[in-house]
Design a protein around this ligand. Sequence first.
Ligand SMILES: Nc1nc2c(c(=O)[nH]1)N[C@H]1C(S)=C(S)[C@@H](COP(=O)(O)O)O[C@H]1N2
Ligand SMILES: [Mo]
Length: 431
Amino acid sequence: MLEEKPWLMSRRLLLKVIGGGAAWLSLNKLTTALAQVSSQAVEPLPGFTGPEANPYWGSVGPFVIYPQKLPLIQLTDRPIQLETPRHYFLTPFTPNAAFYVRWHLDEIPNAVSLSDWRLFLEGNVGKNLALSMSDLMSQFKPVSIAAVNQCSGNSRSRFQPRVPGGQWGNGAMGNAVFTGVRLKDLLESAGVRPGSSQVQFEGLDRGRGPEGKGSHSYLKSLGLSDPVIGETIVAYEMNGEPLPMLNGFPVRLVVPGRFATYWTKALTWIRVLTEPDANYWMSKAYCVPNTLRGNTTPKDVNEGKVEMIPVGTMPVRSFIIAPDGSGKIPEEMPVTVRGIAFSGYGSVVKVEFSWDGGKFWNKAELGENYGQYSFRTWQTTWIPKRTGKYILAVRATDERGNVQPDEGVWNPGGYLWNKIERQEVIVGAAK
Ligand SMILES: Nc1nc2c(c(=O)[nH]1)N[C@H]1C(S)=C(S)[C@@H](COP(=O)(O)O)O[C@H]1N2
Ligand SMILES: [Mo]
């Protein structure tokens, strides 16, 4: 009598369940494929937690799924910090579901009932306002603007020596069309009284904040004489849809050209102040050295030589999105090199591409201009003539003549990185 082998049993059972040899064949293949997947999965993720700067385009972390979101790279879960993977930057607008997420406090709104919610205007105003969403949408003229939202700490993992804070790769940025009402119109409606200096913004999030810093809510302010006040909007739509909860539903501030620290999410209080705002988030966090490019050294910081000022406008940057170095490029094959560029100081007017690490530069073709605060796509065709390793590089110039430098910066907050980006690629024999 044949000895029953457990695997034969299960095979017979499976045949019975699935019914037929063809199914067995595909099941067999599937088992092989699964075995390959699991053997891949046991390989550890690459890391960058040593003294060296992160060499990868993005941050390194697990992919996680949060409500209304595609899988994004997790930096921390309390507070939530999620980075957008590189390939979402092939298009000028970043899908809402792929848009990066950054909060500072852990009690964030999970739901907001629009029947109860109001936007309050208070402080040194002629008349306090409590506006419902329908007031906002019906009493004020809607405006739309394409604008880049970038965290001041985007690319912080490049800093040498390393600095504390979320170790972002390049994906703490995104571009969207925001629709809402002008901050100026709201302020006019409430009536800003004489003697006012700044406007403060507060969202619904609460929490302990950094240990011992006494910062129960995230408060940011803009100077009333700052020209950006005229361009700032209170947005209730992002890419034609309500804002995702994690990106600030029901409304958020959009401060074109400025770093996202001012783009208050779940905005609920707009407060006109008579004194400059000295709260933790203005005077301690998000400050940069008052030097060229916000650059300094650990030594100067330690010796107390550095004057710190709130971070402001985003310097010019550009990125190579494809090719991403993950595959070998065949020799002599035309490659479309693609990416994005932006600057908080004005439209990007030139993007240059180099395939020799930055010795020779050639102008790339610019994509459509969606306004000076938007991502601008660029592309160029490159035909690698020889096999081997190449270092691709990209450099953008804005209308004010700002060009990306080939030096990094260093400051204790890990802000304002805008060094020329490089991408290594391998070109192999075509056959
Ligand atoms: N209410 C509130 N708004 C906030 C923050 C916050 O912690 N709370 N963080 C700011 C910072 S520093 C960043 S980088 C952006 C992130 O915007 P996003 O999550 O929509 O990408 O939100 C800004 N607005
Ligand atoms: Mo940020």
